[in-house]
Design a protein around this ligand. Structure first.
Ligand SMILES: NC(=O)CC[C@H](N)C(=O)O
Length: 251
């Protein structure tokens, strides 16, 4: 199994390192033709406008849209979530190109700027049910987006009460209460739609490999019907200390 990781900017090496821990090869993707050599793709966090300009420069958008349309498993983390969304609000002047495919509206910097980055314990019932381990994970939000509207075929995997997102209520990014999802003023931070997975936070910056393991199982099964990798229940799930929030890759 070979997983592509879009390597234009951002935390692509961190994703490749987690895949390696799970015994899976991750390859950097910078050119459209490289997508032919992989069956799934991770779009990492970074600076989404910069990533979009680089993707345009390398003429990657048509091939990325085709890759999504073919139903290949694709996981967008943070900026990668923005790439996959059909609609993004809070964009920079002039906007940014999106791949689309994920039937949702994302707010690009919902929680505010870099200094409003935060970490929180996030309940992940679906992931814990499938991957074992604790019922929550340490979620690292860096100048994070959030999903403010989802279509009927989108399954919510995690959300957080806006109040618990520390600065969210004072974040300049929120236009109005109406922008939030209707249910108890929660904001959605992880979804799945068919073979598309999207998280507003960075599992690649923690020691918890369950999100990667969950994504890999979205891969086609092997000939004998087993999943392509073993479960991660034996993996040490303790958090490896302070996340790399100030990394330049997220500036
Ligand atoms: N950590 C991230 O990927 C930040 C994404 C940021 N909201 C942007 O649009 O650039």
């Amino acid at each position: 199994m070979v997983v592509g990781v879009l390597a234009l900017q951002g935390s692509f090496n961190e994703h490749i390192a987690v895949l390696k821990r799970l015994g899976v090869k991750g390859v950097q993707i910078r050119k459209p033709e490289q997508l032919q050599n992989v069956t799934s793709l991770i779009i990492p966090g970074g600076e989404s406008t910069t990533m979009a300009k680089l993707a345009e420069y390398h003429n990657l958008f048509p091939a990325l849209r085709e890759f999504v349309k073919m139903g290949n498993p694709v996981w967008g983390t943070c900026a990668g979530l923005i790439f996959l969304a059909n609609k993004a609000t809070g964009q920079k002047t002039g906007g940014q190109e999106l791949i689309g495919g994920l039937d949702c509206t994302v707010h690009r910097n919902f929680f505010g700027s870099q200094i409003q980055s935060f970490e929180t314990e996030l309940p992940i019932p679906e992931i814990a049910a499938k991957e074992g381990g604790p019922p929550s994970c340490r979620a690292v939000f860096i100048r994070a987006p959030a999903i403010i509207e989802v279509g009927p075929d989108v399954k919510v995997l995690a959300d957080i009460p806006v109040s618990s997102a520390e600065t969210a209520s004072s974040s300049p990014a929120i236009q109005s209460e109406e922008e939030l999802t209707k249910s108890e003023k929660k904001v959605i931070v992880a979804v799945k739609q068919g073979n598309l997975l999207a998280t507003a936070f960075h599992p690649e910056l923690t020691a918890d490999t369950r999100w990667h393991s969950y994504f890999l199982k979205m891969e086609p099964e092997t000939e004998d019907g087993t999943s392509a990798i073993a479960s991660t229940s034996s993996v040490d799930l303790t958090f490896t200390g302070r996340a790399m929030i100030d990394l330049p890759i997220f500036q």
